[in-house]
Design a protein around this ligand. Structure first.
Ligand code: SF4
Ligand code: FE
Length: 498
């Protein structure tokens, strides 16, 4: 059987093969993202997804056989061909969240592949267009070369009360500005682009359900990350420059997430890479499907990150000698309950998934959105409890450099000691890891992204309101109390007579 999967080393080499890209960070042009310490930690997190695909304990989760081609591919490039695929996705994401303690960035493109595949199929069936085969060729190349795809949906949106065409600046939503014989030219900007500098390809999708008259904005296409006209402005994260110093003040020594603003400054896209242009009626399904799939994804990665935070809190209380206190134990139990609630939601949404006309599976829309709404809350409460258990030192701890100083270091080792078997430095490392997740660099992945990634909470409430079946629920209530006539049923037998 053919296997198409890169190793972590192949992946790093593939990034080196990209043409120079225009990247800005901290007011400077970045020469090489691979050797930039701040950007490199995000690349490291993605590299773990490639590494895990080849390790015996995780390989089965990270790879699977494509049911159509029979080729063994990375799960990150596989279309969802069954409920089991969506369940396995959640398990994989939990493992990787636990392994990296951050957003490993590769799931946006994974969820986008199935979303676009299903919608292009339906467009071709109804409209006689030829998008589906084009898109399938893209998918097969992504699978065969084991590429990382950045899913680019979120436009910058300008004034939120105005439609795309009503904006004073028409570029606030990405659009086709030119249709040529050989392709189209697109202009605009996509915000919050997770892991885009770690990717090989960008899959552009519309950001909202569009209406007739908004055809120029109904664009779905793919572009290589090193295409001409792309400009990247790397986001700032709390304490991100600690990566420049290295050492344990970073909290997480090797991994981080990554978000960029990506400017499409008149990027040319050949026709064979265009998968929608003007079909406004299909933009709503594309956005809703991607939303459901990526909201279900959060169940996996955020519960994996939750595992790390719960573990760090449990270790911190053990180091400080209070692990046996009943209120401490109760807080750890509460954190676990909140974390497993998120995970359970993702598994439930997978088990209720339904096949779309193309045969690709969509996680249950209501349950996916309910899960993501939990994600906008539970990690915050878990982070609050971790901060509580860590104690005030998590906010006042001196730096690693002070631990190394001959005078300050001796005082720190004396006054931060809790027992002979607990090196104060280990205590400091665990507290820095907690800080990293609740208030430092990876709080972007664990908290801010939990709130706003895959759509902010209001977006989930709108879908939940639409998917809820209040009419059926009211009927159930009316029937039980006699407002509506109860269905006839045979009389129950009376008590047995002795
Ligand atoms: Fe994957 Fe989670 Fe990051 Fe989304 S937020 S890309 S689901 S790790
Ligand atoms: Fe995300």
């Amino acid at each position: 059987m053919r296997v198409a999967m890169m190793t972590a080393e192949d992946y790093l080499a593939s990034l080196r093969g990209r043409r120079p890209m225009e990247i800005y960070y901290l007011g400077e042009r970045v020469k090489d993202p691979l050797t930039h310490p701040v950007i490199r930690s995000a690349i490291n997190a993605v590299a773990e997804t490639y590494r895990a695909a080849h390790e015996s304990e995780t390989a089965n989760l990270m790879q699977d056989v494509d049911a159509v081609t029979g080729i063994r591919v990375s799960r990150f490039t596989k279309l969802y061909q069954s409920r089991e695929d969506l369940r396995a996705k959640t398990l994989m994401q939990r493992q990787l969240g636990r392994r990296t303690g951050t957003c490993f960035q590769r799931c946006v493109g994974m969820d986008a592949l199935s979303s676009v595949e299903s919608v292009t199929y339906e467009m071709d069936q109804a409209l006689g267009t030829h998008y589906h085969d084009r898109f399938l060729s893209f998918v097969r190349r992504v699978q065969q070369e084991d590429l990382m795809v950045d899913g680019a949906m979120t436009d910058v949106k300008g004034n939120r009360s105005l439609r795309p065409g009503e904006q004073p600046d028409p570029d606030m939503y990405l659009r086709a500005v030119e249709r040529r014989e050989d392709g189209i030219v697109i202009r605009g900007a996509k915000g919050h682009q997770t892991g885009v500098l770690c990717s090989h390809e960008i899959l552009v999708m519309p950001t909202l359900a569009l209406r007739p008259g908004e055809e120029d904005y109904a664009v779905c296409c793919s572009v290589p990350v090193d295409a001409e006209g792309l400009v990247y402005i790397h986001g700032r994260q709390a304490s991100d420059t600690r990566a420049l110093d290295g050492g344990f003040d970073q909290g997480n020594l090797s991994f981080s997430g990554q978000e960029c603003l990506v400017v499409f400054d008149d990027v040319f896209v050949p026709w064979e890479r265009v998968y929608m242009l003007g079909e406004t009626a299909y933009t709503g399904s594309l956005v809703e499907r991607f939303g459901a799939l990526h909201r279900q994804s959060y169940a996996g990665c955020k519960s994996g990150m939750g595992d790390v935070l719960i573990g760090a809190a449990a270790q911190a209380v053990e180091y400080s000698g209070v692990a046996g206190a009943s209120h401490v134990r109760d807080k750890l139990v509460e954190m676990t309950h909140l974390n497993e609630t998120v995970y359970a939601g993702g598994l439930a949404a997978a088990s209720e998934a339904k096949a779309l006309p193309s045969g690709t599976y969509l996680s249950d829309v209501l349950l996916s959105n309910v899960t993501k709404l939990h994600v906008t809350r539970n990690p915050y409460e878990i982070a609050r409890l971790a901060t509580d258990l860590a104690g005030g030192l998590v906010g006042t701890l001196p730096s690693e450099a002070d631990f190394r100083h001959p005078v300050a270091g001796n005082f720190l080792r004396k006054y931060l000691a809790t027992g002979e078997d607990v090196p104060p430095e280990n205590r400091a490392r665990i507290l820095r890891l907690i800080e990293n997740i609740v208030a430092g660099r990876n709080a972007v992945s664990y908290l801010i992204e939990s709130m706003h990634g895959a759509g902010s909470p209001q977006a989930q409430r709108v879908i939940i309101g639409r998917a809820a079946n209040f009419a059926e629920q009211k009927a159930a209530a009316r029937r039980l109390c006699g407002v509506d006539e109860a269905p006839e049923r045979a009389a129950l037998p009376g008590p047995a007579a002795d």
